[in-house]
Ligand binder design. Structure first.
Ligand SMILES: C[S@@+](CC[C@H](N)C(=O)[O-])C[C@H]1O[C@@H](n2cnc3c(N)ncnc32)[C@H](O)[C@@H]1O
Length: 215
C-alpha cells in the first residue's frame, strides 16, 4: 500500500500550487468571490433538479460549499459529495453544511484519473469555477467525469470563457486561471448539450459560460 509520504511525492505541481494558493485565500474567499464568480446560482436553476430528487450530486472543487449548501437547502433528498484538494476550503465547507452532514460527504482528493473511487456512480457532476484552475489536467478531469457518470448522467459547468484583453488574461493567469475558450469545445464533444449560455461580465471584460450536458 502507498504511504502518505509516497503519495505526497507523486502529487502534481498543479495540486501543490492550488493548495498553497487556497491556504492563503480560503479566509477571505467568501467575502470576495461573489463579485466575480457569476452564474453559479443560475447554473443550479438550469440544472433543474426536482426538489425531492433522491439523486447523488458530486461537486468537484467544491471550495467553501457555496453550491453544495444551496443544493442541500433546496433539495431535501439529494446526496451530496464535495471533492477538493484544499483542506482549508473543505474545513469552511463542512462547517457551512454541518446541519446537513447526514447526507453530505467531503473528500480531500485531487480529481484526476487514478487510484481512488467515488462511492458509487453519481447522477450529476458539477464543476463550478474549478476546471479553469486545473492546468494541466482539465482534460483528464473531464475524462474522469465522463467515466464516473452513468450513461444518461449529467455534467454541469459554470466557468470563465474568455477575455479580449491580454492584460486581464495575464492577471487571471497569475491567479492560476486559464481562460481562452478551451473548455466549451471539449465539453460539447463529450456531452450532449442540454443548456448552454454565455454571458459578458463588467461590460465585456470577460465572458463566462454555463453548460449542462448529458453523457
Ligand atoms: C475558484 S474555487 C471554486 C469553489 C466553488 N466551486 C465555488 O464555486 O465557489 C476552485 C476550487 O477548485 C479546487 N481544485 C483545484 N484543483 C483541483 C483538483 N485537481 N481536484 C479537486 N479540486 C481542485 C480548489 O482547491 C478550489 O477550492
Amino acid at each position: 500500500m502507498e504511504t502518505t509520504e509516497q503519495s505526497q511525492i507523486v502529487e502534481s505541481t498543479q495540486v501543490k500550487t492550488i493548495r498553497n494558493y487556497y491556504q492563503v485565500h480560503a479566509s477571505f474567499y467568501q467575502a470576495t468571490r461573489w463579485s466575480f464568480l457569476f452564474g453559479r446560482k443560475s447554473l443550479l436553476h438550469l440544472l433543474n433538479l426536482p426538489m425531492l430528487s433522491e439523486k447523488t450530486v458530486v461537486e468537484v472543487g467544491c471550495g467553501t460549499g457555496f453550491n453544495l449548501s444551496r443544493l442541500a437547502k433546496f433539495h431535501l433528498n439529494l446526496r451530496l459529495i464535495g471533492v477538493d484538494i484544499s483542506p482549508e476550503m473543505l474545513r469552511i465547507a463542512s462547517k457551512r453544511l454541518e446541519s446537513y452532514s447526514r447526507r453530505v460527504l467531503f473528500l480531500e482528493k485531487s480529481y484526476e484519473p487514478g487510484n481512488w473511487k467515488l462511492p458509487g456512480k453519481p447522477d450529476v457532476i458539477l464543476f463550478s469555477y474549478c476546471l479553469t484552475m486545473i492546468n494541466p489536467g482539465w482534460e483528464d478531469a473531464l475524462q474522469r467525469a465522463y467515466d464516473d457518470l452513468e450513461e444518461g448522467g449529467m455534467i454541469a459547468v459554470v466557468d470563465f470563457q474568455d477575455s479580449p484583453y491580454t492584460f486581464f488574461q495575464r492577471w487571471m493567469g497569475h491567479n492560476h486561471v486559464r481562460m481562452n475558450n478551451h473548455l466549451l469545445p471539449v465539453l460539447k464533444k463529450h456531452f450532449t448539450p442540454i443548456q448552454l449560455e454565455v454571458h459578458q461580465a463588467y461590460g465585456g471584460l470577460w465572458s463566462y459560460f454555463m453548460f449542462v450536458g448529458r453523457k
